[in-house]
Design a protein around this ligand. Structure first.
Ligand SMILES: O=C(O)CNC(=O)[C@H](CS)NC(=O)CCC(=O)C(=O)O
Length: 290
């Protein structure tokens, strides 16, 4: 999707696409990072728009899941902090990927671990406004098996993905709002590599196009790369929504094929066998490079 500052409009898109996904037979529907709100770069928009997970926007999303009897991956919700966290991190929010089950319960709230502090495309310092997550997230017993939960920039850190695989992930989610420049250079390669290494499905719902395009109060427009992608456990791109502004792509999870791929090439076993060698190399490297 192509989210804007209009929360109600974004919610309407989520409602409509979820209904469509359900009609197509989906058990899980995935939305991109910042699906509920995309503010003006360099402003306090996101801080002001942020809500508690017990707030009205998440309430409406839980109702959608319950009404449609479908699981939802809601990547990159702008979560308002409360209590001690709010005191310790004033002016900050969390970038929270929620998994909601078909009864409308939040079964996981994963906070993005790797924040986007970079000097590309005009520069971003996500950590100025966002508290980093401190826990990896797995969700068992979903209609598509075990989920590994990540967000956007996390996809550049293969260690995280390999931990998720070792914890049992069948499908790893990577909702994103990728920059056009880095998207063109890296998006497909990163997601295919993560799928090949982990032998899991990788599902990356993406923001696409120019955000707040018609909004005259948004002088500096933000743009996203698009290409919502589903990659199978052998690295084949089985769905690419290109730059379509609002679309659904659907694939079946073929568990038998995934198991055969894993049996034929037992990567986790081989990682275990090399673990001691690499751990001492890592320790030696850190010692000389600090
Ligand atoms: O700020 C929000 O509202 C939502 N968050 C985002 O859009 C985040 C932080 S700016 N985007 C990324 O992580 C892009 C990563 C990327 O493009 C890369 O790894 O190359």
């Amino acid at each position: 999707m192509c989210s804007s500052r209009d929360k109600k409009a974004n919610l309407d898109v989520v409602r409509r696409l979820t209904r469509e996904a359900k009609q197509g037979g989906a058990g899980l529907v995935c939305f991109p990072e910042a699906f509920e709100f995309m503010g003006r770069p360099g402003t306090k928009d996101s801080l002001e728009a942020a809500e508690l997970l017990t707030g009205p926007t998440m309430g409406a999303l839980k109702d959608i899941a319950k009404e449609q009897n479908i699981w939802m991956s809601l990547g990159g919700f702008h979560e308002r902090l409360a209590g001690r966290e709010a005191e310790e991190a004033p002016g900050k929010i969390a970038n929270t990927h929620c998994i909601i089950n078909a009864h409308g319960d939040i079964v996981k709230a994963y906070r993005k671990i790797h924040l986007f502090d970079v000097d590309v495309d005009g520069g971003f310092r996500e950590s100025d406004s966002t508290l980093a997550g401190d826990a990896v997230a797995i969700v068992k017993d979903t209609p598509v098996g075990t989920l590994g939960v990540t967000t956007c920039y996390d996809m550049r850190f293969p260690e995280l993905y390999s931990i998720l695989r070792d914890q049992g992930a069948d499908v790893i989610l990577a909702p994103s709002a990728f920059m056009p420049t880095t998207g063109k250079a890296h998006w497909h390669v990163l997601l295919r590599a993560r799928a090949i290494e982990t032998q899991t499905y990788v599902v990356a719902a993406a923001q696409t196009g120019v955000h707040n395009a018609e909004d005259t109060e948004v002088p500096r427009k933000r743009e996203s790369f698009g290409h919502s992608l589903i990659v199978d456990p052998y690295g084949a791109v089985v769905c690419d929504l290109e730059t379509n502004p609002e679309a659904i792509g659907m694939v079946d999870i073929d568990v038998n094929r995934m198991q055969e791929i894993r049996r034929a090439m037992p990567i986790p076993l081989h990682r275990l066998q090399s673990a001691n060698v690499l751990a001492s190399a890592r320790a030696a490297t850190n010692a000389t490079n600090v």
